[in-house]
Write a protein that binds this ligand. Structure first.
Ligand code: MG
Length: 379
């Protein structure tokens, strides 16, 4: 089998109720670069790149596309090394790797479709056939109702059956953050897990101080307390707090994660399959994490394709550590309204009582709705 074409689709949808996080970007649109790879056997695979879609598309079209056409999709890691070698001299991190991730996922989708097997059966097998999902939400929308809106949204997720929720913090006022976290914890009760995500807005002393104050609210993990470049700072925060510290959604490749993991700068690493190098590379990152006793719980924030790829990867992740009643890695199921996530697959991934069934169809286990693809395509 040979690749005959690599096509990028830039999809974009409008966000009806713009929201922000501690980063301060106002999300008014959601966009994704979707990668379609065609073959001479009529099998088509789909992938997705995290981050600025127009940049991903340019990198693929100018740097990668011609090197993928003519290749055998089963040589997926050979292709990965070749593409990486093409760009490594010019800056390694970020968007070039996200673009490579989209190609890698699409090639795995093709392999699965060719063999009639879901991807997780090709990368080690099913450690689980369903995953527990946590709801990511509780962004900042109405600046006059920051506590009230968080309480209402958390209540909705609990009523929908989610057993775990991740909320945003980082309001520029630790007392307000604490008030919001306390209100959410009181609303959802002691049995729903609660993680917090600061999107790297704190200094080391700020993060340690707020982290200690949040500990009484039984926080599952403190995500991105400080800037991702500051590995020494992560070591300090992680050692200082009893709660788990997480991060890694903006780290890339096995080399990017190697030092973070080996130094145990975080308790939980969160590679994104659409950003950190695709399924091939995230398996390597997970293996490094496993060797160091660090948990790997992938980040996910994209369309139905990225979500499906994440579920396939998660299904094949071993429990860390294995146990009589293990605490398996959870699926990040982002809940802000996004038609690219909810409508792009004819058979979308859904949660029931906080549980997501791992699709067992070939490849990613989803079928793309071409009408939706065309409806949201802007380039
Ligand atoms: Mg995050």
């Amino acid at each position: 089998m040979k690749v005959t074409d690599v096509i990028c689709h830039v999809l974009q949808s409008k966000v009806e109720q713009p929201f922000t996080s501690a980063r301060g970007w106002l999300y008014t649109t959601r966009a994704s670069c979707i990668v379609e790879i065609r073959t001479d056997e009529g099998i088509t695979g789909w992938g997705e790149c995290y981050g600025p879609a127009a940049v991903n598309r340019t990198i693929i079209e100018t740097q990668y596309r011609s090197r993928v056409i003519g290749r055998d999709p089963f040589d997926v890691e050979v292709v990965w090394e070749d593409l990486y070698n093409r760009i490594k001299d010019y800056g390694l991190t970020g968007m070039t790797i996200a673009a490579l991730s989209g190609i890698d996922i699409a090639l795995w989708d093709i392999i699965g479709r060719a063999l009639g097997k879901p991807i997780h059966k090709l990368i080690g097998g099913a450690h689980r056939t369903e995953v527990q999902a946590y709801a990511t939400g509780l962004y900042f929308v109405d600046m006059d109702r920051l506590v009230e809106e968080a309480v209402e949204e958390a209540q909705e997720y609990a009523e929908q059956g989610f057993r775990a929720i991740k909320m945003k913090i980082g309001l520029g006022d630790p007392k307000l953050d604490l008030r919001r976290v306390k209100a959410v914890r009181e609303t959802i009760g002691p049995d729903v897990k609660l993680a917090v995500d600061a999107n790297h807005c704190f200094t080391v002393p700020q993060a340690i101080r707020l982290g200690r104050a949040m500990e009484e609210h039984d926080i599952l993990w403190f995500e991105e307390p400080i800037s991702p470049e500051d590995h020494d700072g992560y070591v300090e925060v992680t050692r200082a707090l009893d709660m788990a510290v997480a991060g890694g959604e903006n780290d890339f490749t096995r080399w990017g994660f190697r030092d973070v993991i080996a130094r145990k700068a975080m308790d939980i690493v969160q590679p994104d399959v659409c950003a950190a190098g695709g399924i091939s590379e995230c398996r390597k990152i997970a293996a490094i994490a496993s060797a160091h006793g660090v948990e790997c719980v992938p980040h996910a924030w994209g369309s139905a394709i990225g979500l499906a790829a994440t579920v396939q990867f998660l299904a094949a992740l071993p429990d860390t550590p294995p146990a009589f009643r293990p605490m398996p890695p959870m699926l990040e199921f982002e809940q802000t309204p996004n038609p690219l996530r909810d409508q792009l697959a004819k058979d979308p991934i859904v949660q029931r009582q906080g549980i997501v069934r791992v699709p067992d169809g070939p490849g990613l286990g989803i079928e793309i709705d071409h009408a939706i693809l065309n409806q949201y395509k802007v380039a």
